[in-house]
Write a protein that binds this ligand. Structure first.
Ligand SMILES: *Cc1c(COP(=O)(O)O)cnc(C)c1O
Length: 375
């Protein structure tokens, strides 16, 4: 470090990394950044992205929209982003059967930003937030970075699914802890299964001071008959439903989740995306078919896939998940070790990617769950 007054004296032994560490909030020291490994392999199925690139017709529309928006970047963005909120409201109304108005919508740079804003506003120091685990591994990070007390709720219904939530058990946990924010991912990540609306109603009623957020990042992939928590919004002012364009809309790099403070480019790109939603969503049915194929074939191999309403499948039954993860990577297939013993999560990609994954998995299982070429 060079220059003015406040830095360490010349000759100080501290390296800049050690200095930065020493300046950091004590509760953040020693932490590393969030993120799955980004390894360059042919088959990337570890972060639940949409495997299909943005169709050319949509690329063209986005570039045209950007060409019009970029000259105005000298101005602050439209704080109300009325057009985008209207288009998002129309999309939700058309797909959920619930009438949503533009003034009910807020948007941000990805649903992670939106969710963090909720935690910043309604939790924070001296307050608490609860999620039912295993769930999205970013949730405890929102608590950590906002100095919110993190409460790790649990799943598992006696005589039912290991990762299911029943209304009474969910309500009891919420009643015990009386949190300020509850986040329920539905469909849940990494387990894939949607939560019944009766669970959300029970949690809402049991947590009289909580803002209850239902994170529906994977809603578009749900199996037929799965109902969105949008249906519960009427009469529940503390309920929030978050969505994203990162998964079904194939726009993880575009960064649009529904809630606050947008830049003009994001609005232009997202408006173009929404105007072409049929093109962007055209692969959702194909992805769901691959998802169901993974569940079926993994079960036939003697593994334990969890039924999924998302674009990924959590598979259990591995004697050593780390060994399987590496064996698949040896064959160019990257999946996610989410830290659940014996489990791995795989994104449903293209038919070709799924075929490659399933073939590698089958070889691995048939060779007794060892790495090929190892004794
Ligand atoms: C992928 C994912 C998101 C999406 O985050 P963005 O910031 O919108 O890209 C949100 N919630 C869950 C549970 C996810 O798995």
């Amino acid at each position: 470090m060079t220059g003015a007054s406040a830095g360490p004296a010349p000759g100080a032994v501290e390296t800049s990394a050690a200095l930065i560490e020493a300046l950091l909030r004590t509760d953040l020291r020693g932490r590393s950044a969030y993120g799955a490994p980004q390894i360059d392999v042919p088959v990337k199925l570890n972060t639940n992205e949409n495997s299909y690139p943005v169709p050319q017709v949509v690329v063209d529309a986005m570039v045209e929209a950007l060409t019009k928006a970029v000259p105005d970047l000298n101005r602050y963005p439209d704080r109300e982003f009325t057009a985008l909120r209207g288009a998002l409201a129309d999309y939700l109304t058309a797909t959920s059967g619930v009438t949503i108005e533009a003034d009910q919508i807020w948007a941000g740079n990805g649903s992670n930003e939106v969710l963090l804003h909720v935690v910043q506003a309604f939790a924070g120091p001296g307050r608490s937030m609860l999620a039912f685990n295993p769930s999205y591994s970013m949730y405890p990070n929102y608590a950590l970075t906002t100095a919110t007390t993190w409460i790790s709720g649990f799943r598992g219904v006696p005589g039912g699914g290991l990762y299911d939530l029943a209304p009474d058990m969910a309500a009891a946990q919420v009643r015990d802890h009386d949190p300020h924010v509850v986040v329920i991912a539905s469909p849940n990540n990494p387990t894939g299964t949607a939560v019944g609306l009766e669970v959300i109603e029970a949690v809402y009623d049991a947590a009289p001071r909580a803002v209850v957020v239902v994170d529906e990042a994977y809603a578009e992939f749900s199996r037929t008959g799965t109902r969105s928590a949008l249906m519960l919004l009427a009469g529940r002012p503390r309920l929030v439903v978050s969505r994203t364009m990162s998964k079904a809309f194939a726009l993880a790099g575009g960064r649009l989740g529904y809630l606050a403070h947008l830049s003009d480019q994001t609005q232009a790109v997202a408006l173009a995306a929404l105007a072409h939603r049929d093109d962007l969503l055209s692969e959702v049915e194909a992805i769901k078919a691959q998802r169901d194929r993974i569940v079926g074939e993994a079960a036939a191999m003697g593994l334990q896939p969890v039924p999924s309403d998302a674009n990924f499948v959590l598979i259990g039954g591995f004697p050593d998940a780390a060994v399987t993860w590496q064996a698949l990577l040896d064959e160019g297939v990257l999946v996610r070790d989410v830290g659940l013993p014996g489990h791995l999560r795989v994104t449903a990609g293209t038919p070709g990617e799924t075929t490659t994954f399933l073939a590698a998995l089958r070889r691995h299982v048939e060779t007794g769950h060892t790495r090929r070429g190892t004794p």
